[in-house]
Ligand binder design. Structure first.
Ligand code: SAH
Length: 366
């Protein structure tokens, strides 16, 4: 008897083909299973009717499809929806669905907690727990795909964790998101956001073509060292060329730079001017994010007029700049405050009275 079954949610197309070949079967069965699981949401091998009966029996012995339980599904008044998922070892992660015009974007987590110590991020306060597996990252899409009232059009790796610090799993999970047999999202519709791990940005370009977002947050090394401490290891003079190289060769592509607007810290006219100079020659679009406060953060949100003035300055210099709408405020689903508060709450209040839905692996709602 096999002791550990393979979770097929962990396998991208290549791994799935190899798995079936190792079982002595044809690779195309692997492609079919990928389709069953992701396109049709089927996790029961017996329902995969185009597989030979004997293969289905083998799969029951050696494989499984493990989907995390949905502990909580929370809709916000603005249409944002948040899922709290429980992993096999009891860890909890969140993903958030954000409808906006004709887009429906899912924000997924790549780690439980985060090892980086960005001073304004509540996930940082939780510390680092562990990497998510391919299946745990993909499962967030699997769950949202089936539970969203609107078709999912975009995925951003902007939830909890630093995706490039979980490189192999994240790349493989993004392959599944882009695979026509699974979710079929184009390279423009899958975006990875990183704090700026330079060697990993360079490696990413070799193995993936997803869109890149970089958490810039400051126009100079002194301030960025303070806000995004990984900058001490990979300073701006290394980060920006890596960003420019990432989109080199395709004039339509730009790197999105995220910039959290912190009152009196990085939001002055002088900062805007320095930012314009810094990004000269880098194909860039700026995404200004009003800071989402959390208890004892030590920061305040820049007033809306300040954000707008900052944005106008960038626009006047020819930089594309937009301000990210704060969404899902009433359910703590806003940027950078996801799991910090929810983890707290899940410990103190959520159980058991707030637990609405538990969706077990076998598809039954408990
Ligand atoms: N580790 C990745 C993904 C993090 S979350 C990264 O650093 O890019 C996505 C974005 O939310 C990042 O730009 C992050 O800096 C930003 N963010 C974190 N905390 C925030 C907060 N409290 N308010 C607004 N944005 C925040």
């Amino acid at each position: 008897m096999p002791t550990a079954r393979t979770n097929l949610l962990d396998l991208d197309r290549k791994a799935m083909e190899a798995f079936f070949q190792a079982l002595g079967h044809k690779a195309f069965h692997g492609r079919n299973v990928l389709k069953w699981i992701h396109k049709h949401g089927v996790t029961d091998f017996d329902a995969m009717t185009d597989l030979p009966k004997a293969l289905r029996a083998t799969l029951r012995d050696v494989a499984e499809v493990v989907v995390p339980g949905v502990v909580l599904e929370q809709p916000a008044v603005d249409g944002t929806r948040k899922w709290l998922l429980e992993l096999a070892d009891g860890q909890r992660i969140e993903s958030v669905l954000i409808p906006d015009g004709d887009r429906t974007t899912l924000c997924v987590s790549s780690q439980v907690g985060c090892a980086l110590d960005c001073s304004f991020c509540s996930t940082a306060r939780q510390g680092f727990n562990r990497n998510l597996s391919v299946g745990e990252i993909v499962a967030q899409v699997w769950v949202a795909w089936r539970r969203s009232a609107r078709p999912l059009t975009n995925v951003v790796l902007m939830g909890m964790g630093e995706p490039l610090a979980n490189f192999e799993a994240v790349v493989s999970a993004m392959d599944v998101m882009q695979d026509d047999l699974a979710y079929g999202l184009s390279k423009y519709r899958v975006t990875l956001s990183t704090s700026g791990i330079v060697p990993a940005i360079r490696r990413l370009r070799e193995v993936s073509d997803v869109s890149l977002a970089v958490s810039l947050h400051a126009p100079d090394n002194a301030l960025r060292d303070e806000l995004v401490p990984i900058n001490r290891k990979y300073p701006l003079e290394e980060l920006l060329p890596a960003c420019a190289d990432y989109v080199a060769g395709d004039r339509r592509r730009k790197v999105t730079f995220e910039y959290v607007m912190l009152d009196g810290v990085n939001d002055s006219d002088a900062h805007a001017k320095a930012l314009i100079r810094l990004l000269e020659g880098v194909p860039a679009k700026m995404n200004l994010i009003p800071f989402n406060p959390f208890p004892a953060s030590g920061y305040r949100t820049s007033p809306p007029e300040r954000v707008e003035r900052f944005r106008q300055r960038l626009l006047r210099s020819g930089l594309m700049a937009m301000t990210r709408k704060t969404r899902g405020d009433d359910i703590d689903a806003a940027c950078g405050q996801l799991v910090g508060r929810v983890q707290d709450r899940s410990r103190r209040q959520l159980q058991p009275q707030f637990v609405k839905i538990v969706w077990r692996t076998d598809g039954h709602v408990a």
